[in-house]
Design a protein around this ligand. Structure first.
Ligand SMILES: [Zn+2]
Ligand SMILES: [Zn+2]
Length: 327
């Protein structure tokens, strides 16, 4: 779902200031017939790539709120590689991917939108004439899926959500997905599973290393962005919003958004200080940075980071996998 940004600041019951949560936007749906196409991090990256290409004004920064499913979870290596390749291919300044913590996923806007989309399908049977596809020949089955996927588009393209008609499209049986292919997906999967033992290790190693170098990763959060290194051929002279990257560099030592922490002297140590409050108060911002440094100093093993890039290890296996590529 494409969200219309609101430039409105609200105050909650604790007096914290927030950007108002946007509620409206354009809902896009991409349908796939499960017999022919699965969904992976790569197919999501393809969907976003194709969506960006239809936009009159192409974005230079993408912020994605996702659920923690395996094909969107910011902790997954395949999600990292899919969106890092998307960042590079679309020449974006930044991509931020965050997911709600497990028990808060109901706050995701898509949950609400999905209710409307489901409602529109109530009592609908797609292709009612075809009852048992198992006994049908492949061309007949293909045809049924094609029809069903087109019917879905017809229904959803006349359904409105948040005052806009849903934009539904389908990947039809036999259609090849691009620019990120299933073949590449399988190869990267093999590289991340087997490291140097994989047949594709040499093919992708330097690319993965390059993408790690432009990524910050911690639990539930992935931030891929252009660097300000004048020797980087990809980023040099291509940054659209240099001031934002510089601002982030002065905001946090990793050049990203700060990890949320509780401060005992604020809100009984039970609620996080907000981003807007930290931007408005240098003292608060400083206190949060000090608390983060203190937590890292006290529990270094919980916050172990690659010394070459900004990747915080989540597990021992994560560290092992990461070392296949980063020195
Ligand atoms: Zn760079
Ligand atoms: Zn690294």
């Amino acid at each position: 779902m494409e969200i219309d940004l609101k430039n409105e600041i609200i105050t909650d019951k604790h007096g914290r200031k927030f950007f108002a949560q946007p509620t409206n936007g354009q809902l896009h749906i991409v349908n796939r017939g499960f017999h022919y196409h699965g969904t992976t991090a790569f197919t999501h990256a393809n969907d976003i790539f194709n969506l960006i290409n239809t936009m009159k004004q192409r974005p230079s920064i993408l912020a994605l709120t996702c659920d923690n499913g395996p094909d969107y979870c910011p902790n997954s290596y395949l999600v990292f590689i899919a969106f890092a390749m998307l960042w590079k291919k679309c020449n974006l300044d930044q991509i931020l991917i965050a997911s709600y913590a497990p028990r808060s996923s109901k706050n995701n806007r898509i949950e609400l939108a999905w209710g409307t989309a489901n409602q529109a399908l109530a009592q609908t049977i797609l292709c009612p004439e075809s009852k048992n596809l198992d006994n049908e020949s492949e061309p007949v089955r293909k045809d049924v899926f094609k029809k069903a996927l087109n019917e879905l588009n017809v229904i959803w393209n006349k359904t409105s959500y948040s005052s806009k008609l849903i934009q539904s499209r389908s990947i039809l049986p036999g259609e090849t997905e691009s620019p990120f292919t299933d073949k590449e997906y399988e190869e990267f999967k093999d590289v991340f599973e087997n490291g140097p033992k994989s047949d594709y290790y040499t093919k992708y190693k330097s690319e993965i290393k390059f993408l790690f170098r432009h990524t910050y990763r911690r639990g539930y959060f992935l931030h891929i962005k252009k660097c300000l290194d004048i020797n980087c051929l990809h980023c040099r002279n291509t940054v659209k919003h240099q001031e934002l990257l510089e601002e982030l560099d002065s905001y946090d030592e990793n050049g990203t958004l700060l990890r949320p922490v509780f401060l005992t002297q604020l809100y009984d140590g039970k609620h996080y200080p907000s981003f807007v409050d930290m931007v408005e108060s240098k003292t608060l911002h400083q206190k949060v940075r000090e608390k983060i440094s203190k937590e890292i100093k006290e529990n270094p093993s919980d916050f172990e980071k690659c010394h070459w890039c900004s990747w915080y290890f989540q597990t021992k296996n994560d560290k092992k996998k990461h070392r296949f590529f980063c020195p």
